[in-house]
Design a protein around this ligand. Structure first.
Ligand SMILES: [Zn+2]
Length: 232
């Protein structure tokens, strides 16, 4: 049966708005985030949100099930040496995970160094995401996990940011990239006691004025969450 995507979108919007309100009240009530103010500039440069065109075909791709749960340490994720500028506040609350695509002009892989350099160029401390998941499925640590990220303006103080390389407005993630992203989300949910749902795992566009994580991936977020839920 084909689900009505408009209905799904509306329901999702209601849930995320309610969650954002609660999270915002919890976070801003007692935890001003100065680091986030300093790193604001990039979000003003992002491509503005366009309306979802439900008549345009979403490119198909595989969202495989996870066959074996692995903890964050079992995933054995390398942490390349990056030089950050200044200090980054410690994140004291982690209740959400935000999924991004790199969203550059072409749908191709990017190196961590490239993204780090780009974000430094925005006047930030360095790469704003906590993880990068490459097209071949390789995961890398980016910004230190315990620090406030710079990936979802006004929502950084309570969230972890994962970036899949590529541009999913025009392309789709390879199976390896989606599978490793699912494994990473599952490991983070276990690590931070997050119950995976549409009110805890977000696409960037749920929270900010952007098309990220792209036209082809965003509508499939509930399937990704379903696979994460199934393995926990
Ligand atoms: Zn994004």
């Amino acid at each position: 049966m084909i689900e009505n995507p408009m209905e799904k979108f509306t329901r999702r919007n209601f849930l995320t708005t309610a969650t954002k309100f609660l999270a915002g009240a919890a976070v801003f009530g007692f935890m001003p985030n100065f680091a986030e103010a300093a790193e604001k500039v990039i979000y003003l440069e992002e491509k503005p949100l366009s309306a979802i065109d439900f008549t345009k075909e979403v490119l198909p791709f595989d969202i495989p099930q996870i066959s074996k749960f692995q903890t964050l340490s079992e995933l054995n994720i390398p942490a390349p040496k990056l030089k950050f500028v200044g200090t980054m506040d410690q994140r004291r609350l982690t209740t959400a995970i935000v999924l991004h695509h790199a969203g550059l002009k072409q749908d191709k892989d990017s190196t961590l160094k490239e993204i780090h350099k780009m974000h430094l160029g925005n006047g930030w401390s360095g790469v704003g995401y906590h993880f990068l998941v490459h097209k071949n499925g390789a995961i890398e640590h980016a910004r230190p996990l315990d620090r406030v990220g710079a990936h979802a303006y006004r929502h950084n103080s309570y969230s972890v940011g994962i970036c899949m390389t590529g541009n999913f407005e025009i392309g789709v993630p390879p199976t390896e990239q989606i599978l490793e992203t699912e494994k990473l989300i599952a490991a983070l949910c276990q690590h931070y006691y997050i119950n995976p749902s549409m009110t805890t795992i977000f696409g960037h566009r749920d929270l900010c004025d952007t098309d990220c994580p792209g036209y082809n991936v965003y509508p499939r977020l509930s399937e990704i969450i379903g696979n994460v839920k199934a393995i926990l």
